[in-house]
Design a protein around this ligand. Sequence first.
Ligand code: SF4
Length: 280
Amino acid sequence: MSRRRRAECSLRALRDVIPAPETELRYEDHWQLLVAVVLSAQCTDARVNQVTPSLFERFPTVQDMAESTSEEVFPLIQSISYPNNKSKHLVGAANLLVDEFEGVVPASVDDLVRLPGVGRKTAQVVASVAFNVPTLAVDTHVFRVANRIGLVTERATTPDKVERQLKRLLDREEWGEAHHLLILHGRYTCTARSPKCTSCAAAACCQYKERLDRLPDPRSGLDIRKGLYFCATRNHYFDEPDCVTDRAGVDQISCPRCGSMNVFLSKTGQSTKQVKDYRV
Ligand code: SF4
C-alpha cells in the first residue's frame, strides 16, 4: 500500500473513532493556551490540567504573570517536569508579550519562537490551535504513530524529517487535524510500550501491523532441555545466540552456526524476530 493510501485510509479510520480531534489541555484564552502548552513539554496533558486552574486563578492575565517572579510561580507548578526553568520561561514570556506585543499572543510561529520557553513545536501547536495557522507539529506520539502506520519513509529518522514528509503527503487543510488525530491515537491506542493493534481502527492500513502479521507462527513441540533456542533453518538447538542487524536496522537473534534469523525460543515456541519499533 502506498503512503498516500495509508494516509487516506488511516485518517479516515481515526476520524471515525476520534470525533473531536483537539487538544486536551484546558484553557480559556490564547495566553492560557500558551502557558499550558509550555508546561506540557515533557509532561502529560492530564498533569498540566491539574495545576493550571490554581495557576490561572493566581495569575489570570499575561499582565499578572509579567508582574510576578519565577519564585512566585514555581510553587504552583512544582509537580510539573522542569518547574524551575518553566517558571522562569513563563515570567519571561509574559514580560516579552507585554513589552513587545501589547500583551497579545502573536499568531505567527516566527514571533512565537521569540518567547522564552517556546520552541518550534510549542509555537506550531499554539499557532494551529489558537489561530488555525496550518502547521503540523511532531511530538513523540506523532513521530511514533506516523512511522508505525507507514506515513513516512525509513529516512524520516527525526521529528523535523517526519514533519516535512507529512506536510508533503497531506493537504494543508489536514495538517492541524492530522496532528491531533495522531497524538490522541498515540496516547490511547498506539501507545509506546504496548500498542493495541488487535482493536485498532487503523490496523487495516498499518505497516507495523502488517509486519507483525508476517512474523512466523509459534512452533510447538520444542524441547528446552536440548537448548534455549531452536534454529528452524538447520533444525538444531543452541544456547548461545549470535546477533545480526536486519535490513530494517533491527538487531535480531541469529543462529551461531548458519547465521539464520529463523530462530525460536524453545520455552515458548515463539519466533525471536522483532518488528522495527519507533519509540523515542
Ligand atoms: S495497528 Fe497497532 S501499530 Fe498500527 S496504528 Fe494501530 S495500534 Fe498502532
